[in-house]
Design a protein around this ligand. Structure first.
Ligand SMILES: *Cc1c(COP(=O)(O)O)cnc(C)c1O
Length: 385
């Protein structure tokens, strides 16, 4: 039985091996390893790709979000509205600048936060909104920007999982005041190590971020702020430059794979398959389904901590299919956020998602045969319950 991994990065590397090996060797021979032309050139090309005025590279997606909040002067006493269904870093940086994350419940069709609920939690303390284009599925940015404008709020897009995704023909990361990207290897545009970037059409914000990411220093050995050391290596910059040329092609492969799953799985009626929304062009960083916890009436979902989803995941593993759970604990229920005062049951939809969601293997280069094996395994598991 063939094992199917949740993600296989070697297939991307095989595709670019020759040019990537050469480019990395060139950097090794150049003696210039941090910053320099390779980094500047990548920043320009990524800005062009997104059709945005400025791109500032940094060490990670987490730093990108942190730098964006800092540059916009978000601080203690401020509130920032975001999704509870995201990687922890999105909220972590809000807390790190001293502000308070405000979580709103999600829409189970897109896994993105629900814009009607966003409107309801805005207070005089709210300074910014962080939409997360989760799993590569864009948030409705037209509606979100209208909400933000009417309350005079900043919008910082968390595009970590959505490089190349578009809302109504505009790439995410070019619509809000600031866009934040991660180049962690498993993201749609992934380096062979850590990396991140901030994108913006606002030259003043970009300038401030460049100062902050270099120890708060606008000129050598002069320091106006307490900043960070956050930069990307030249080796990562050349790899990203090469991979950027294939990003649309690889995203198209993800789209095709998502459509094929849709075709294979739609007849398995108890499964809830991911739905896009009109206007949003997802880049499918994940293909996440929901397995209804009430499917098996013999299991009382409230009485056991192992959900039906967990059991199916185990059974899939026996059939060689490695699936993932993004995310098992919504952020409002994280131990570290107990002091925010959220109760279990307060955001019921995201809590349901955390119990039901299962992400199936998807990555550029996944074969139809592999997807068929996933689908058959899933059918088998469901027929056994
Ligand atoms: C990966 C990720 C981040 C953090 O990016 P790093 O490069 O790992 O720091 C932030 N937000 C989301 C939604 C992510 O998926």
């Amino acid at each position: 039985m063939k094992k199917i991994p949740p993600v296989d990065l070697t297939r991307q590397y095989e595709h670019i091996k020759e040019e990537a090996d050469l480019a990395v060797l060139e950097i090794l021979n150049s003696g210039s390893y941090v910053g320099g032309a390779a980094v500047t050139s990548f920043e320009q090309q990524f800005a062009n790709y997104l059709d945005v005025a400025e791109c500032v590279s940094c060490n990670s997606g987490t730093d990108a979000l942190f730098l964006a909040l800092k540059a916009l002067n978000i601080k203690a006493g401020d509130e920032v509205v975001t999704s509870p269904f995201t990687f922890f870093a999105t909220a972590e940086v809000i807390t790190r600048v001293g502000a308070k994350p405000i979580f709103v419940d999600i829409d189970l069709n897109t896994f993105n936060f629900d814009l009607d609920r966003v409107k309801q939690v805005i207070t005089p303390q709210t300074k910014a909104i962080i939409p997360v284009h989760i799993f590569g599925q864009p948030v409705n940015m037209t509606e979100l920007m209208a909400i933000a404008q009417s309350h005079n709020l900043y919008v910082i897009e968390d595009c970590a999982q959505a490089a190349g995704a578009a809302w109504e023909e505009r790439k995410v990361g070019s619509i809000g005041h600031v866009g934040c990207f991660s180049f962690f290897p498993t993201k749609n545009l992934g380096a062979c190590g850590d990396g991140g970037a901030i994108t913006t059409n606002d030259r003043a914000i970009a300038k401030q971020i460049r100062i902050l990411k270099e120890h708060g220093s606008p000129a050598r050995y002069r320091h106006d702020y307490i900043g960070l050391n956050s930069r990307i290596d030249a080796i990562q910059a050349v790899i990203l430059t090469i991979k950027l040329r294939y990003l649309d092609f690889w995203n198209e492969q993800r789209r095709k794979a998502a459509h094929y799953y849709q075709e294979l799985l739609q007849s398995i009626s108890p499964l809830k398959l991911p739905q896009g929304i009109a206007g949003g062009d997802s880049v499918w960083n994940q293909y996440s389904i929901c397995i209804d916890e009430h499917l098996n009436s013999k299991i009382d979902p409230d009485s056991c901590s192992v959900t039906l989803r967990d059991r199916i995941r185990e059974q899939l593993l026996d059939k060689g299919v490695i699936s993932m759970i993004y995310y098992p604990i919504p952020l409002h229920l994280q131990p570290v956020y107990q002091d925010l005062g959220y109760q279990k049951g307060q955001l019921p939809i995201v809590e349901q998602a955390a119990r039901e969601v299962l992400s199936l293997p998807i990555f550029p280069g996944i074969s139809e045969a592999e997807q068929e094996q996933v689908a058959y395994a899933l059918k088998d598991c469901l027929s056994e319950i």
